[in-house]
Design a protein around this ligand. Structure first.
Ligand code: ADP
Ligand code: MG
Length: 242
């Protein structure tokens, strides 16, 4: 059974149908990369997966449970499926550790001390221990994005969604954020990434999905999708970006 499975997802904004029947299956511990031109529907699909956007049609299954049934409380699902965005959106008036503590303190029934111990461990694990008491404007973009990842991990999600998390960074800061993803993958996290980092996807993805105008036009292991794409549009896209 897949850890997370989308079946026939459809999503429109007004007359604009952005997801036009998307099937996506993510196994436990897999890293799936979504690639495709701007506007192809990657962000919308990710937002649908953790119920930030209501879908118009289709189903989303998490651990064998349909999480897309009408009326289901999205909050517990969003705790199980974490998401990190291109813009890290840390609260500027709170330190890194306060930012990371905020959401878990609201929902998890733990003392501040117990929570702090777990979160300190996360900061350590991702090389940010000495940045915990810093405010966002005292951190580089790469460090802020890493704090945003730690903040999402503080909820102990089972799956992480990443939406172009390196796209706003100066090139020299991209590597340290990709290293965090690499580490998470080694630790067995189940992940879905929308990314423009083709080298990274090629190196580390278990599966790459090429989105085109709201459908997954082609998917496969990276060596196949990058090495021997079958569709003209996939080839044209790769030619443009590589
Ligand atoms: P990608 O992430 O691949 O660039 P998006 O999912 O962001 O693609 O966008 C796909 C299309 O959906 C675009 O045409 C975009 O303008 C539209 N869209 C996305 N979000 C909204 C929204 N909240 N309201 C209206 N249109 C939207
Ligand atoms: Mg996007």
């Amino acid at each position: 059974m897949a850890k997370l499975e989308a079946r026939g997802i459809r999503k429109s904004f007004g007359p604009n149908e952005v997801c036009r029947g998307i099937d996506l299956s993510v196994d436990q511990g897999e890293m799936v990369c979504l690639i495709g031109a701007s506007g192809s529907g990657k962000s919308t699909l990710l937002r649908c997966l953790n119920l930030l956007e209501p879908i118009d049609d289709g189903e989303i299954w998490l651990d064998g449970q349909d999480i897309s049934i009408p009326g289901l409380d999205p909050q517990p699902v969003r705790q199980r499926i974490g998401m990190v965005f291109q813009s890290y959106n840390l609260f500027p008036h709170m330190t890194a550790v306060e930012n990371a503590m905020l959401a878990p303190r609201r929902v998890r029934n733990m003392t501040r001390e117990a929570l702090l111990a777990g979160i300190t461990e996360l900061f350590e694990r991702f090389g940010l221990k000495d940045r915990m008491e810093h405010y966002p404007d005292q951190l580089s973009g790469g460090q802020q994005q890493r704090v945003a990842i730690v903040r999402a991990l503080a909820m102990k999600p089972e799956i992480m969604l990443f939406d172009e998390i390196t796209s706003a960074l100066d090139p020299e800061l991209v590597g340290e954020v990709l290293d965090v993803l690499r580490q998470l993958r080694e630790e067995g996290m189940t992940m879905v990434l929308a990314t423009h980092e083709m080298g990274f996807a090629r190196e580390l993805a278990d599966k790459v999905c090429f989105l085109d105008e709201g459908v997954i036009l082609e998917e496969g292991p990276p060596e196949q999708l990058f090495g021997a794409p079958m569709r003209d549009r996939t080839r044209a896209f790769l030619k443009r970006v590589l």
